[in-house]
Design a protein around this ligand. Structure first.
Ligand SMILES: *[C@@H]1O[C@H](CO)[C@@H](O)[C@H](O)[C@H]1NC(C)=O
Ligand SMILES: *[C@@H]1O[C@H](CO)[C@@H](O)[C@H](O)[C@H]1NC(C)=O
Ligand SMILES: *[C@@H]1O[C@H](CO)[C@@H](O)[C@H](O)[C@H]1NC(C)=O
Ligand SMILES: *[C@@H]1O[C@H](CO)[C@@H](O)[C@H](O)[C@H]1NC(C)=O
Ligand SMILES: *[C@@H]1O[C@H](CO)[C@@H](O)[C@H](O)[C@H]1NC(C)=O
Ligand SMILES: *[C@@H]1O[C@H](CO)[C@@H](O)[C@H](O)[C@H]1NC(C)=O
Ligand SMILES: *[C@@H]1O[C@H](CO)[C@@H](O)[C@H](O)[C@H]1NC(C)=O
Length: 382
């Protein structure tokens, strides 16, 4: 295990390579930015958010995202749940570990039961990004992704993510270029929330949170390996995958239905949600998702320029990971199954292999083009 001191020394080296006046992170390995009502902390590994403090209904600052206290643990964590980092260059799955581009078939790495997940084993969430700009309320991380450094993804891609905070809002902006050749690019911020910061004595689970996706009646059918089949389904009001018909409905509204266990596949083992909801006809800058918790009173509103959202309700969390010292009621608590939700605004998963969705060209980046991705989370009280 690397010591924290060695880890921070390595970070300082990364920063100094740039030859710019970017200060080293604090002794705990983190960079902190803040604005009224919000404080966010980051590490270069995966360009990850480690802590996000917002006000609860008692006026206390609570840390509403998952992560670890020890910044040095992220790179060695065998579980690696992609905690609030940027997976890339093609997030989520590439079906059958291959894609066709300009009449040529490319083979990608099979690291997820026959499919490619998050581009394979050299994915962006496993790399130390460079800090390329920093101020009191904003930080930019950058990455240069060499051709074929993730198997079968060719051409150099350069990307940056800028995180900033303003008045209880966390803003995220990602850009990328691919100057050498056309290549699949699909990015997201893979943010895990528990809006109670694990402090609800009644339950650590997120099923009492409420979830509303007003423009998302439609979702993608997926197979047992969470790979979209190509079919687009419409959720009937009140049905298990319906979060569109009514505001303020508990996230776990269907948790007692027999189909809930297995609703996200794995032959009945994946409980709850691990799928993609389309955003249809949302006005510009509309709130497309509201997650809230009656216990803490925290309400989180998502705005995004992306055409849909991945929801994953942490079915694979096995209770081995600790919570942070900023969270919970005591230090014995663990990240148990269904105690968090990952919310990832992004383009349609495996869209490069699904021409019927008309997303293929939008997911290919080539010379002369710039990829842009933008989202924000605004926090307030219920
Ligand atoms: C791909 O093949 C089709 C059919 O042979 C052809 O019309 C098209 O021009 C090819 N596209 C490219 C980019 O080579
Ligand atoms: C991402 O890359 C790391 C490092 O190569 C690897 O250990 C990990 O399994 C990869 N993640 C996935 C989901 O393949
Ligand atoms: C960080 O910057 C250095 C110097 O420009 C470069 O060699 C390195 O590849 C960059 N790291 C990443 C992850 O892009
Ligand atoms: C891509 O990388 C793999 C190793 O990961 C290598 O076997 C293969 O030859 C590379 N392909 C090209 C065209 O460079
Ligand atoms: C900050 O946000 C709150 C709640 O959305 C709003 O009432 C207030 O006017 C905002 N203040 C500024 C300075 O934007
Ligand atoms: C810690 O908190 C959990 C969750 O409320 C509780 O189940 C457990 O009994 C507590 N343990 C101690 C030692 O207080
Ligand atoms: C794709 O485009 C075709 C032709 O315009 C259209 O019929 C079809 O509905 C579109 N598919 C989706 C998923 O939007």
């Amino acid at each position: 295990m690397r010591s924290s001191a060695a880890f921070i020394a390595a970070l300082a080296q990364v920063v100094s390579v740039l030859g710019q006046a970017i200060p080293a992170p604090a002794a705990d390995g983190r960079y902190t930015i803040s604005a009224p009502g919000i404080k966010a902390q980051f590490i270069p590994y995966g360009a990850s958010l480690t802590n996000l403090f917002v006000k609860d209904k008692n006026g206390k600052d609570i840390d509403v995202v998952l992560g670890y206290d020890d910044a040095a643990y992220y790179p060695i964590d065998p579980g690696h749940p992609v905690y609030n980092s940027i997976p890339g260059r093609y997030a989520n799955r590439i079906g059958k570990a291959q894609y066709k581009l300009d009449n040529k078939t490319y083979i990608t790495q099979d690291n997820d039961g026959g499919n490619t997940l998050h581009s394979g084993t050299n994915n962006w969430s496993f790399r130390f990004w460079n800090v390329t700009a920093l101020s009191a309320d904003s930080i930019t991380f950058s990455i240069i992704d060499a051709s074929n450094s993730s198997l079968g993804l060719f051409g150099r891609v350069e990307s940056s993510v800028t995180y900033s905070v303003t008045n209880s809002t966390w803003n995220i902006k990602i850009t990328a270029i691919s100057p050498e050749q056309r290549t699949p690019v699909l990015l997201t911020q893979h943010t895990y929330f528990n809006l109670d910061a694990y402090k609800n004595p009644a339950t650590p689970l997120v099923w009492d949170h409420t979830l509303y996706l007003p423009y998302s009646k439609r979702y993608l059918e997926a197979d047992q390996g969470a790979l979209p089949t190509g079919k687009i389904l419409t959720a009937q009001p009140g049905s298990i995958n319906d979060f569109a018909s009514k505001a303020g409905v508990p996230f776990g509204h269907a948790k007692n239905e027999p189909a809930f266990k297995g609703n996200c596949g794995a032959d009945g083992v994946c409980e709850g949600y691990n799928g993609y909801w389309l955003i249809d006809d949302a006005p510009k800058d509309a709130v497309v998702l509201t997650l809230a918790s009656p216990f803490s009173g925290v309400k989180a509103d998502l705005r995004t320029d992306q055409p849909g959202i991945v929801l994953y309700s942490c079915s694979w969390m096995d209770g081995s990971a600790p919570i942070k010292s900023t969270q919970g009621l005591n230090s014995t608590q663990k990240v148990v199954k269904s105690s968090c939700v990952a919310i990832e605004a992004q383009d349609y998963p495996d869209g490069i292999n699904k021409p019927e969705w008309n997303r293929t060209e939008a997911q290919i980046l080539g010379p002369g083009e710039t990829y842009n991705w933008q989202s924000s989370w605004t926090f307030s009280l219920l």
